[in-house]
Design a protein around this ligand. Structure first.
Ligand code: GAP
Length: 558
């Protein structure tokens, strides 16, 4: 199926459409309509059920705008860039690597000079007007803003929800009673000023993310979850391009996936995606090439779906090591280490460095506390003591600390936790679910569409149809609708057109069950329940209808 069919269907039936159309539109922004919002909400609820209820993680909800310091520390200010080339004629900006797709292998891993060479070698011109292009230059993808009036403070719209979970780590670890591992999740918007938004929902400037940050002891990256998941078969394409299907556990044992927890969360990711309707035969995990890895990642696998656009990343499952917490510790001075007690205290002969804050204050001013902490963490130096603070190497005079030597009892150690992160782009999951489930067939010589969504993902679960436009049938139909709504089922009423046309309208938007009220339904008797996928019809007493449909929903949902 081509993407245009999905986009026009989505707009006609109210799933999504480009924003601000009456003002000429603005690339990279989309509205979700009534059915789309309901479907997106169901995806989020399903995700919450898996990560919060089943895996026992904490949820937070943090601001979309953050002060500059956060993004300096996270590396986004310096490194969250794509390469921009501008047309010298029409002045349109283009992402340089996008212009080299199909011409170069892996163009998004090329540096500015390599991109420039490749653009010239392939004679690439502006795709809009054929004009000459400028040399690529880095373009930061964050949207900047001001916080407060007057001079205020520089701020940015968050490019990922993840940073809040690192910044608030001390509060969160307190909630976990300072025990590892524990997981924190956040669902919310991410904002990226993409140079070339494209492919509808797939590359937008404002999009929905669902991210989990799971904090581990660096030497114990294991998650006690559902053991069955480690037996899940995953389709894996590793860094060497080797393609194989293998159980998550076996792939860990063979060192193909670097770590048990990473494999566990890849399997959980697959479970979520398949539950919500991604076709398992069009799903794979691809390991990032070394030069493709994000600035923070130690290993990363993308869950990719095969779409009309080709293989597309839906979720990144990354081992971020201690990068983020270490960065925030270095920049904020906050001690985010976690104390891990040894089973038995140990005696050790140690020389430790004790900083002298009175000397450090006048020398290092605002950074004095950070320098003090770095001194405490440092080993006794051979010569001059050098410490790393805020990305800067500082030589510390030996008058700023004293050496204390002796037998010490060590009851444990402070470690900076490592992080495994499954990061979902929900809009991409949403689009995939539509493209993979929109079944276009034929009925009575006419095109017939059925959106075969899992019932709990479908935006509406039940359609209520009075067989004819007669007041007595309509009254009962509305009563039935009220009862079903009270039992928590999303229900819509359709009283116009032939029953065939009404079934067709319901099938097209994925309603799993339609209930028809006829003359036998009067006096509270029974109704016909039709199944979207089998077209089978059964008579169910009205008194039992709510429980019947709720139980179908429970058994037929992922
Ligand atoms: N915290 C990690 C992180 O942000 P990412 O791969 O940059 O990782 C996570 O983004 C997911 O967000 C991607 O796997 C993708 O599904 C989605 N995503 C990224 N950029 C997007 C965009 N411009 N529009 C829609 N979805 C996007």
């Amino acid at each position: 199926m081509d993407a245009e069919t999905v986009h026009s269907f989505a707009k006609r039936r109210g799933f999504y459409w480009p924003s601000y159309e009456i003002y000429g539109g603005s690339a990279g922004f989309y509205d979700y309509g009534p059915l789309g919002s309901a479907l997106l909400h169901n995806l989020m609820e399903h995700w919450r059920r898996l990560y919060i209820i089943r895996e026992g993680m904490y949820e937070i909800d943090s601001p979309s705008i953050g002060p500059e310091d956060v993004f300096k520390a996270s590396g986004h200010l310096g490194e969250f860039t794509d390469y921009l080339t501008t047309c010298q004629g029409c002045k349109a900006g283009h992402r340089a690597d996008h212009l080299l797709e199909g011409l170069e292998k892996n163009p998004d891993a090329l540096e500015a000079d390599e991109l420039w060479t490749a653009l010239k070698e392939h004679g690439v011109k502006c795709p809009r007007c054929g004009g000459e292009l400028t040399e690529p230059e880095p373009f930061n993808l964050m949207f900047g803003t001001g916080i407060g009036a007057g001079k205020g403070k520089k701020g940015y719209l968050r490019p990922e929800t993840a940073q809040a979970m690192f910044v608030a780590f001390s509060n969160l670890s307190q909630q976990a009673r300072k025990k590892l591992p524990f997981g924190v999740v956040q669902i919310g918007k991410g904002y990226r000023n993409e140079i070339s938004p494209r492919q509808g929902l797939l590359r937008q400037r404002e999009f929905h993310m669902a991210e989990a940050e799971i904090f581990f002891h660096p030497d114990e990256k294991r998650w006690e979850g559902d053991e069955e998941l480690m037996r899940t078969q995953l389709k894996l394409v590793d860094q060497n391009g080797e393609d194989r299907a293998m159980a998550a556990g076996e792939a860990t044992d063979k060192g193909i996936i670097r770590g048990e927890a990473l494999a566990y969360f890849m399997a959980l990711t697959q479970q979520f995606l398949v539950d919500v309707g991604v076709d398992p035969t069009r799903l794979r995990f691809r390991q990032h090439l070394q030069d493709e890895m994000a600035h923070y990642a130690a290993d990363c696998w993308d869950a990719e779906a095969l779409l009309s656009y080709g293989w597309t990343e839906l979720v990144g499952v990354a081992d971020r090591g201690s990068y983020d917490l270490s960065q925030h510790i270095a920049h904020s001075g906050e001690d985010m280490g976690v104390f891990i007690a040894y089973p038995e205290p140990r005696k050790e002969h140690r020389i430790r460095l004790v900083p002298d804050l009175k000397k450090l204050g006048p020398l290092y001013r605002g950074k004095a506390k950070m320098v003090a902490r770095a001194i405490e963490d440092a080993a006794p130096p051979e010569g001059e003591l050098m410490v790393e603070v805020d990305g800067e190497t500082i030589a510390v005079p030996d008058t700023c600390y004293v050496k204390e030597e002796g037998e010490v009892v060590i009851s444990g150690e402070r470690i900076v936790p490592h992080v495994i992160e499954p990061s979902y782009g929900l809009d991409r999951v949403f689009y995939t679910v539509l493209e993979h489930n929109l079944d276009i067939g034929e009925k009575g010589g006419e095109e017939y569409r059925v959106l075969r969504l899992p019932p709990d993902v479908a935006p509406v679960q039940v359609g209520i149809f009075p067989l004819m436009t007669k007041p007595e049938l309509e009254t009962v139909a509305k009563e039935v609708m009220t009862v079903l709504r009270k039992s928590g089922l999303a229900t819509t009423y359709d009283g116009s057109g032939s029953i065939g046309r009404r079934y067709a309208r319901a099938d097209e938007v994925g309603i799993p069950w339609c209930v028809t009220i006829d003359y036998e339904s009067l006096d509270g008797k029974d109704v016909t329940v039709r199944d979207r996928d089998t077209a089978e019809q059964v008579r169910i007493p009205i008194a039992e209808l709510g429980e019947h449909l709720c139980s179908l929903l429970r058994t037929r949902s992922g």
